[in-house]
Write a protein that binds this ligand. Structure first.
Ligand SMILES: O=P(O)(O)O[C@H]1O[C@H](CO)[C@@H](O)[C@H]1O
Ligand SMILES: O=c1cc[nH]c(=O)[nH]1
Length: 254
């Protein structure tokens, strides 16, 4: 059955009316950036003047700061993208327009497969596009893949640090409260390890804008069983570790 769905009407030919504006900057913007979903870790690492604020992006709900963090001899930008693909990609677009070119994101995700322990690291090499944002950046397709060269660098960092991980597909959804048992089983059947809300869209924007992007996820809550297991996933110590692994990875990306 063919459905008449607006999201399939990708327009590759005409220019957008609104281009993302660079944020007003108050310092030098690093080319390397970590997109960090963990507010607690950003506060700990960048808060109270520990990193310089080099740009601010204001949306209706509030402001997002772009930090410049000194790491050894180099500087890495850090920002929280908000939750969900439209907002996260809006911020991603603005940060690209402000000058960052190479990105590693770190975030949490639900475990779709049983046995993925809390905190276990997942490197997504593809994402199922069960969200809307990516369809405005790439022609319709079921999945979008990550850049294998970037995935290889992210894996090298984990190998060198002896961090256990798995490489695989993630399911990007817009509706975390509509992860039904049947949907979870179907996504598991097509090879998904995790579910989250941004990866497919980030990959699509990165490809459209020609910037380098990779992502680390950690297994948080568990949606693989008959009932949801919260696992207190937002208290996992994996978050801080994943942030610093992301810093290390972005410093290695060309
Ligand atoms: O913990 P983070 O990385 O935010 O990840 C997941 O959790 C949020 C939903 O609660 C979405 O952002 C989803 O991707
Ligand atoms: O989108 C998400 C994120 C975490 N856990 C879920 O079950 N879904």
């Amino acid at each position: 059955m063919a459905w008449d769905i607006p999201l399939t009407e990708y327009d590759a030919d005409s220019a957008a009316l609104i281009e993302p504006a660079a944020g007003s900057t108050s310092g030098e913007v690093p080319e390397l950036a970590v997109i960090c979903f963990f507010r607690d870790v950003i506060d700990e690492v960048c808060g109270d003047g520990r990193a310089e604020v080099v740009a601010t992006f204001t949306w209706e709900h509030g402001s997002h700061q772009l930090f410049s963090l000194q790491v050894g001899e180099r500087r890495v930008a850090v920002f929280h993208p908000g939750v969900g693909a439209p907002l996260a990609c809006g911020l991603f677009e603005q940060v690209i327009a402000t000058g960052c070119r190479t990105f590693v994101a770190c975030g949490g995700a639900g475990a779709v497969v049983p046995g993925l322990a809390l905190g276990h690291v997942v490197v997504p090499d593809a994402a199922v596009r069960d969200e809307g944002t990516s369809y405005h950046y790439l022609p319709p397709s079921r999945e979008v893949s990550a850049d294998p060269a970037v995935t290889a660098v992210l894996c090298d960092v984990l190998d060198e640090r002896a961090v256990p991980y798995v490489v695989g597909k993630t399911w990007t959804t817009d509706a975390p409260y509509r992860e039904t048992q049947a949907k979870v089983a179907a996504r598991r059947g097509e090879g998904c390890l995790t579910v989250e809300m941004e990866t497919a869209a980030f990959l699509a924007v990165a490809r459209h804008r020609g910037v380098t992007f990779g992502q680390y996820l950690y297994a948080g809550d568990d949606v693989s069983g008959e009932t949801w297991d919260h696992r207190h996933w937002q208290t996992s110590s994996a978050r801080r570790d994943l942030f610093w692994l992301s810093v290390e990875a972005v410093l290695r990306l060309p």
